[in-house]
Design a binder for this molecule. Structure first.
Ligand code: NAD
Ligand code: UDP
Length: 336
């Protein structure tokens, strides 16, 4: 079985390629390396001892995609490629709509033309907006606060329409919560360009001395310690969820959404203290103002993925911090 992975050189994509190769799938990566480097794929091969195929191609390039589909005849697609910075999306909404939505539509057209109608899509818990917690898949989605979040919501709806028009498609919408951590080899992990927007890469750069201090965004929320609560999930657990979803779509048709989270909420300070335990030293942080658009707390009800995909998250926040720190110390300047 051959799986085409868009955005396979990125953070979640690379960890998923490891799991796919280990499970015996042939892997074809399509990435334009906008937010990654080809060397990541060498590391995926190093970890697994297996080869994958890769193409430097933009998902908006229909001709390029057609050639790749014709050459490789993939059985299914896992679609990670997209831009993901929430703040940037508010400043550059058209860039986000063009890349994420136009890119996805072009990809789905190429899939249809190649008669490859099985897809796992990287969605996000952000589609739940202001719903009560824990989030469940049957809640009404779409009340989102950023153009980035809206791209996820719209792409889910586009796939819904595609499936409604043609029931031979098989679609799995995976709504990720907060992926952190790295592969335990320390060879691949989250390696953002510039100053990180997300909590974990920010913390690890403070710990290694590349950034001076963490600002905790808000200490006056109505939570146990005043800081925001999120559902952090180890990226390897998340990657394994893709394996379960791929197995399911290869065997069935239909469209389902699944929450991929631990089902537990941790505060920003829980993560800071778990990280301090791993490094053995205090982390320099200050409590600052709230970040606009942040919700006080959300976490998953992940029972649907547990039951229907046979998937459960295994790793706790100590392991997430340990593996992040291992990756950071082995790659102080990132992956070149
Ligand atoms: P990432 O930026 O590390 O990976 C995305 C990859 O897609 C990169 O390698 C990038 O070069 C590639 N890409 C972007 N636009 C492309 C295009 N037009 N053509 C070809 N390749 C393109 O991000 P990630 O954290 O691995 O996220 C993967 C997916 O999961 C994204 O769709 C993201 O929105 C979604 N997601 C991520 C998170 C998170 O916290 N990391 C949470 C929820 C959902
Ligand atoms: N956060 C923080 N300081 C930072 C980055 C993030 O306090 O420098 C907080 C943020 O307010 C949120 C949590 O950490 O409560 C996770 O933020 P992240 O951006 O990683 O993910 P989000 O849940 O916003 O998608």
């Amino acid at each position: 079985m051959t799986i085409l992975v868009t955005g396979g050189a990125g953070y979640i994509g690379s960890h998923t390629c490891v799991e796919l190769l280990n499970a015996g799938y042939e892997v074809v990566v399509v990435d334009n390396y906008y937010n990654s480097v080809p060397a990541v794929l060498d590391r995926v091969e190093q970890i697994t001892g297996k080869k994958l195929k890769s193409y430097d191609c933009d998902i908006r390039d229909r001709e390029g995609l057609d050639k790749i589909f014709a050459e490789n005849k993939p059985d299914a697609v896992i679609h990670f490629a997209g831009l993901k910075a929430v703040g940037e999306s508010a400043k550059l909404p058209l860039l986000y709509y063009e890349n994420n939505i136009s890119g996805s539509v072009t990809l789905f057209e190429a899939m249809e033309a190649a008669n490859c109608k099985k897809i796992v899509f990287s969605s996000s818990a952000t589609v739940y907006g202001n719903n009560p917690i824990p989030y469940k898949e049957d809640m009404i989605t779409g009340d989102v606060s950023s153009p980035y979040g809206r791209t996820k919501h719209f792409i889910e709806k586009i796939l819904g329409d595609v499936y409604a028009a043609d029931n031979s498609w098989s679609v799995s919408l995976l709504r990720y919560f907060n992926p952190i951590g790295a592969h335990e080899s320390g060879l691949i992990g989250e390696d953002p360009n510039g100053i990180p927007n997300n909590l974990m890469p920010y913390i690890s750069r403070v710990a290694i001395g590349k950034l001076e201090k963490l600002t905790v965004f808000g200490g006056d929320y109505e939570t146990k310690d005043g800081t925001c609560i999120r559902d952090y999930i180890h990226v390897v657990d998340l990657a394994k969820a893709h394996l379960c979803a791929v197995k399911k779509i290869l065997d069935t048709t239909g469209l389902e959404a699944y929450n991929i989270g631990n089902g537990k909420g941790y505060s920003v300070l829980d993560i800071v203290h778990a990280f301090e335990k791993v490094t053995g030293k205090p982390l320099n942080y200050v409590i600052g103002a709230r970040r606009e658009g942040d919700l006080p707390a959300f976490y998953a009800d992940a029972t649907k993925a547990n039951k229907e995909l046979g998937w459960t998250a295994k790793y706790d926040i100590d392991k997430m911090c340990e593996d992040t720190w291992n990756f950071q110390t082995k790659n102080p300047d990132g992956i070149k």
